[in-house]
Design a protein around this ligand. Structure first.
Ligand code: ASP
Length: 460
């Protein structure tokens, strides 16, 4: 059997849902369907999840929500109308959503998570009805019902391993399609909690592992994963096949097509992933598979970039001789509940790179103060504008001339690097650049390593 996940744009309107139904009907093995909340129908449109988060905020501030609630429900009713379902949808969903809004929650953060999850919950409920109306035998199943348990940091849930046994015990009836909401699970205490944004991919991967699916098909709105963001480079090379860890590093560093955390359950279960286009399902898309199945001659598979980072530069003579120096720094981070991304170090310096969202609510100021008081560095400097470029390819680091092929084109364009980290990953090289030079740098590396939509293969 196959687990199939559809993203927000695939479910944004009745005509999109009709494509989904065709895809499901075309292959009997597509038995478990994970759905996102309806996404954008056009570029200025708002995703249901964002509307629900606004609804939560208004509720918290005791503002009138009548219009916003109607706007959300109308999106579902519009989809239902395309299938000739009556106004009952509006009545049922309005009652249901009000009940969720007036429920009891342990904190405002859990209230937000519970509301955000309803986009997927209501989507799965409606899609089940639409499948049935179209002659498919379908059943709606929820994380609450099967016991998909998650950790309890609101909005940042991680699956608890015991969930897999529960999923495996869930009986799938012959010829029946199960429709399951993505993006959320329940904590041990029974509270709804969501994964990070874009987390329906994670649910799909969890179910694929739990059901020991032969394939995890992830339907989105692009034909393939490209070797570089098509907004940065025109007609870039398509990636037909890549390894799990290549995908993870690229999505971590900015590739939005697939959530970086979603790779992990698939790796654990060794489930191949196929990213495909709902609007053109005949196209082969991109396969994501174990590294042992990758045999290629080119060095670079993809180039990702992101400006979501800030860097803290700490200079203190003889860092290398001070026993426990890093421990003190890490202890401060742990006390403040801040996670970091990378920590390249030199003999007298440490740079700590953070995702900017870790430094909100005064945590950056507290961190700065504590490092000054407790570490007393010679210099402490924040680089708030920090872009990272991740160049990824299986075996990249072991190839002769790998760094030269990446750094030389930057030199030729006069782009200076603020950091180079070959780190311990065998498959990626990370570069720090100024955000104003990010696009130019990505273009330069791409142009030097790809030609006519294909990687350049040199004898090496
Ligand atoms: N609806 C959620 C979001 O917008 C999750 C997802 O679509 O994957 O982040």
């Amino acid at each position: 059997m196959k687990v199939v996940k559809f993203g927000g744009t695939s479910l944004a309107s009745g005509s999109q849902v009709k494509k989904v139904i065709k895809i499901i009907a075309a292959d009997k093995k597509r038995r478990v369907v994970v759905v996102s909340a309806p996404g954008k129908r056009f570029s200025e449109d708002t995703k249901i999840t964002d509307l629900l988060l606004q609804l939560a905020e208004n509720d918290i501030q005791k503002k009138d929500n009548t219009k916003l609630r109607q706007q959300i429900i109308q999106r579902y009713q519009d989809i239902a109308d395309d299938f000739g379902l009556g106004p009952d949808i509006t009545n049922e969903l309005t009652e249901y959503l009000k009940k969720i809004e007036t429920g009891k929650y342990p904190s405002e953060a859990f209230f937000r998570a519970a509301l955000a999850a309803q986009g997927e919950h209501m989507s799965a409920w409606l899609i089940t009805k639409l499948f049935q109306a179209s002659g498919l035998k379908a059943r709606n199943l929820t994380p609450e019902q099967i016991g998909l348990l998650v950790s309890s940091r609101p909005g940042q849930a991680q699956v608890l391993p015991r969930s897999y046994a529960k999923i495996a015990q869930t009986k799938l009836n012959e010829d029946e399609i199960v429709v399951f909401p993505g993006f959320y699970g329940v904590t041990k205490e029974g509270w709804i909690n969501t994964f990070a944004r874009g987390g329906s991919d994670i649910t799909g991967s969890i179910l694929a592992r739990g059901f020991a699916s032969e394939l995890y098909e992830n339907f989105t709105d692009v034909d393939t994963i490209y070797s570089v963001d098509p907004h940065l480079v025109k007609d870039p090379a398509a990636i037909t096949k890549m390894s799990y860890r290549e995908m993870r590093e690229l999505s971590y560093a900015g590739f939005g097509v697939f959530n970086d955390e979603a790779i992990l359950p698939a790796i654990e279960g060794q489930i191949p992933i196929n990213v495909k286009n709902t609007n053109d399902p005949e196209k082969k898309g991109t396969m994501i598979v174990p590294a042992s199945q990758i045999h290629r001659k080119s060095k670079i598979t993809g180039i990702a970039s992101s400006d979501k980072f800030s860097a803290l530069f700490i200079h203190s003579y003889l860092v290398n001789r001070q026993v426990g120096f890093s421990l003190k720094v890490l202890q401060i981070l742990a006390d403040l509940n801040i996670s970091y991304e990378h920590m390249p170090s030199g003999i007298d310096d440490i740079t700590i790179i953070f995702a900017k969202d870790q430094l909100t609510n005064g945590r950056k100021e507290q961190l700065t103060q504590r490092v000054k008081d407790e570490i007393k560095p010679d210099t402490l400097e924040w680089k708030n504008d920090y872009s990272i470029i991740m160049v990824v390819g299986e075996g990249l680091v072991n190839r002769v001339g790998a760094i030269a092929g990446i750094v030389d084109p930057l030199k030729d364009k006069g782009i200076s690097l603020t950091m180079v980290n070959q780190g311990s990953s065998e498959i990626s090289i990370m570069l720090g650049v100024r955000p104003s030079e990010e696009k130019k740098a990505v273009e330069a590396i791409y142009d030097a390593n790809f030609k006519d939509g294909k990687p350049i293969v040199k004898n090496q």
